[in-house]
Design a protein around this ligand. Structure first.
Ligand SMILES: [Zn+2]
Length: 238
């Protein structure tokens, strides 16, 4: 009985999302089963964490502050070419589902969530998370551009397909970018410098401009869509 209820709940969740699909068609576009965006003119930037949620806190470096700083630099790097929306522009807490809802208000846009990573002391380098077919090329472009700026990579996961609330649930293409490991002393000291954060922001901006100009061109075969229900709290690290 409980198993049946759980399955019914999942099916219900599928149905609800389909109904909310902006395409009005079969509804599956809400899962990102479409080519990557080209020619979009708006970028929604999500500075990870904020307020009561500091994110990673290592040696006096706080993820929420660094993510906001990089987000502001990214905004500057993208204007005037794009309309840029920042989901938070100060030190405030916003629930993840609320971030999804806010980002989904914008059409013809992409969502880029900015974070800093933590883990093993020897691990360093960028990681970029995507889930949907329509977000793959942007994620790959960001990962490539960041790798060109970040001097050492060690043990990092690189480009990662993972179903998170911010990589699965918005109605627009969406990626989550980990700009480096605060737990790696060498990388942390770079991230502590404003000039380096500027270079990170410019690298992400280059990737976004390339995606807007070229769409999926040059990015190879797109990953097949995976039809999975919306991500919820507790599904995975996010
Ligand atoms: Zn984070």
């Amino acid at each position: 009985m409980n198993a049946f209820r759980a399955i019914a709940g999942v099916l219900l969740a599928f149905g609800m999302v389909s109904c909310q699909s902006p395409s009005g068609g079969a509804g599956r576009s809400a899962y990102g089963d479409r080519p990557g965006p080209k020619g979009f003119n708006a970028v929604v930037i999500d500075a990870g964490h904020g307020g009561k949620d500091s994110g990673a806190h290592v040696r006096g470096l706080m993820e929420k502050h660094l993510a906001l700083d990089i987000s502001k630099r990214l905004r500057a790097a993208l204007t005037p070419g794009f309309k840029v929306v920042q989901l938070r522009s100060d030190d405030r807490f916003i629930e993840l589902d609320e971030r999804v809802r806010l980002a989904s208000r914008y059409g013809d846009a992409v969502l880029v969530s900015i974070h800093l990573n933590y883990g093993n002391r020897s691990t360093s380098g960028p990681e970029t998370f995507y889930w949907r077919t329509d977000s793959y090329s942007l994620a790959r472009r960001v990962q490539l551009q960041l790798s060109a700026v970040i001097p050492n990579e060690s043990g990092n996961a690189g480009l990662v397909r993972r179903r998170l609330r911010l990589t699965r649930n918005p109605t627009i293409p969406c990626i989550l970018v980990e700009c480096g490991y605060l737990t790696n002393a060498r990388e942390a000291s770079l991230i502590a410098s404003a000039g380096y954060r500027e270079r990170l922001a410019e690298a992400i901006a280059r990737a976004i401009r390339d995606q807007a100009a070229h769409g999926d061109s040059g990015m190879g075969v797109l990953p097949r869509p995976i039809y999975a229900p919306p991500s919820r709290a507790g599904d995975a690290r996010d």
